[in-house]
Design a protein. Structure first.
Length: 335
């Protein structure tokens, strides 16, 4: 049974539809969330946030007066530490990518089942905890009293720039002058992606009480090719979703193909001393370089095959509603 009664972090719901607020509020209460705050008028949100401090926020995109996208951009300035989960009926990839670029923690498409909702909440609560740790670490730095290099030992990297950055931080730890340090985004340190993905995979398995599975070569290839506009929080979302849906010995590549906007550079992982190749993992799977439409069809076929054509189970594997899957299948029959 899903239970968040141990968490004291408030959850804020922003939606102009009373029925939606009541539904999500009931869902959160049934999961044991102690404090749920509902906001129907997005213009009231700044006043609500001023009284709450740290929280998790679920935000609808399509609202009058001030859209969810406008609210998201404002929150990135006024409350950058708060994880924002977008809830919308818009399933367009461009909308999801733009929200992630603006700092959204996750993007959920209605209708949303309980497991997906709970997974998003769990991830957001963990982000809150991690950011609290970051603020604690910043407090040490701001006091110009960084005498404990072990604070950085938990940071996972093999990127030369990152390693050099930490060596630099250690060398200036006694400095009294404020110094701006820019950490390179994930897309600029691709060699860290497998390490961080493995760490998040094990963390997710432990949190969900599931056995640890292998990442898998195809899954790793997709991760390596993606530019990650949402940085590590985006990677964490994909890994946690994949672990939540895993039923085999490795993470299924199908769980992220439908969510990624750019698969045009997916390269076949190279083994040591192997001859260079210009074919891709997807070309090996499908016989030719696929279009996004072909990827969707492939994921649907795989899900139906693995569930013996059970549409409800297949929809859960794909991370969409049964109605959405049925609509796609009917559209396929007509074409």
């Amino acid at each position: 049974m899903i239970n968040f009664s141990h968490s004291t972090v408030p959850v804020v719901l922003v939606d102009d539809e009373r029925s939606e607020l009541d539904a999500y509020g009931f869902l959160l209460t049934s999961m044991g969330v102690n404090q749920v705050v509902q906001v129907r008028d997005s213009r009231r949100l700044p006043a609500v946030m001023a009284d709450l401090g740290v929280c998790v926020l679920f935000l609808d995109l399509n609202m009058p007066h001030k859209s969810g996208f406008e609210v998201l951009k404002e929150l990135r300035i006024t409350h950058p530490h708060i994880p924002v989960v977008i809830i919308t009926a818009n399933s367009e990839i461009e909308s999801a990518v733009e929200c992630l670029k603006q700092g959204a923690h996750d993007y959920l498409v209605k209708p949303i089942n309980m497991n997906t909702f709970a997974s998003a909440l769990r991830n957001a609560l963990e982000i809150c905890a991690l950011r609290n740790e970051v603020f604690t670490l910043k407090g040490v730095s701001f006091n110009r009293n960084l005498k404990s290099p072990e604070h950085f030992q938990r940071i996972i990297t093999q990127n030369p720039t990152m390693i050099g950055l930490f060596q630099y931080i250690e060398s200036i730890s006694s400095s009294r002058e404020p110094i701006l340090i820019q950490v390179p985004p994930l897309r600029e340190r691709k060699e860290d992606i497998p390490l961080i993905a493995a760490y998040l995979r094990d963390q997710a398995a432990k949190a969900m009480g599931k056995p640890v599975v292998e990442t898998g070569q195809q899954f790793a290839a997709v991760l390596a090719a993606h530019p990650f506009p949402g940085n590590i929080r985006e990677l964490k979302t994909y890994i946690y979703d994949a672990v939540a849906q895993s039923t085999d010995t490795s993470l299924r590549v199908e769980t992220i193909l439908d969510r990624l906007a750019d698969v045009s550079t997916l390269s076949q992982p190279q083994t040591p001393n192997a001859a260079p190749t210009h074919t891709t993992v997807l070309e090996d799977l499908m016989g030719e370089f696929p279009t996004l439409a072909a990827l969707n069809e492939y994921a649907i076929d795989q899900a139906l095959e693995r569930t013996d054509n059970n549409q409800s189970k297949a929809a859960r594997l794909l991370g969409i509603s049964k109605q959405a899957l049925s609509k796609r299948l009917k559209k396929r029959e007509k074409s």
